[in-house]
Ligand binder design. Structure first.
Ligand code: GTP
Ligand code: MG
Length: 205
């Protein structure tokens, strides 16, 4: 499958600001600066769809994008379907929640716990720093909440093959999920096919 159209729809901090309808959703979450916006742009092959910056904490609202995916079923048959890509604010950025003991603001928890259209949440883990306690905490919270998870390991191009092997093993042991973690490089688009297939599988089976 590949994405043939992607457009910004809405930003929200409250449920009444979510877009209407029953379009299914796939959300993206991770520590601030993990490479979430870059990954969204790579996945959609749409530079500038999500804002990328060197400064952490750029995304402060829940952002919805409409995505059209296309899958070839045979040489003559294709299937197109629409879904919402949901970009969630990054967690673990000290400046935004210094006095806050929660991992993320309650409006993010509200979305994750209450969205009836959320089919999959992609939790992004930095390939260079898979051992951060905040990611483990986020993972445990999501697991406990019963959220369907896909781990995506970012910035994989920054690792040599030995580091990559070690860190992927660490992630396999410490972020156990139904499906294996997907290594991703937004720079080289490594992992794009795999992640699009996973999303396709979740949405249309
Ligand atoms: P916030 O929205 O601020 O929380 O950050 P984010 O998670 O959206 O990260 P963003 O995509 O803005 O990327 C942060 C930094 O990491 C930028 O300098 C990117 O260029 C860099 N980066 C992101 N993905 C990759 C990648 O796959 N490879 C490499 N080498 N750098 C990356
Ligand atoms: Mg971002």
């Amino acid at each position: 499958p590949r994405i043939i159209a992607s457009n910004y729809v809405a930003s929200a901090v409250r449920p009444d600001q979510y877009p209407e309808g029953d379009t299914v959703e796939v959300a993206f979450l991770g520590r601030s600066n993990v490479g979430k916006s870059s990954l969204i742009n790579s996945l959609c092959n749409h530079r500038g769809l999500a804002l990328v910056s060197g400064q952490p904490g750029k995304t402060k609202t829940i952002n919805f994008f409409t995505i059209t995916s296309k899958e070839d079923l045979s040489e003559t048959e294709e299937r197109r379907y629409e879904w919402f890509l949901v970009d969630l604010p990054g967690y673990g950025y000290a400046k935004t929640d210094k006095s806050n003991r929660n991992i993320w603001s309650s409006f993010i928890a509200d979305y994750i716990l209450n969205s009836e259209r959320l089919m999959l949440l992609c939790l992004l883990v930095d390939g260079r720093h898979p051992e951060l306690p905040i990611d483990q905490e986020a993972f445990n919270w999501l697991r406990q909440a019963g959220v369907p998870l896909q781990i995506v390991v970012t910035k994989i191009d920054k690792l040599n093959s030995k580091e990559r092997q070690q860190n992927m093993r660490f992630i396999k042991e410490n972020f156990p999920c139904e499906t294996p973690a997907i290594p991703y490089s937004s720079l080289k688009h490594t992992g794009r096919e795999l992640l699009l297939s996973r999303i396709n599988q979740v949405i249309v089976g």
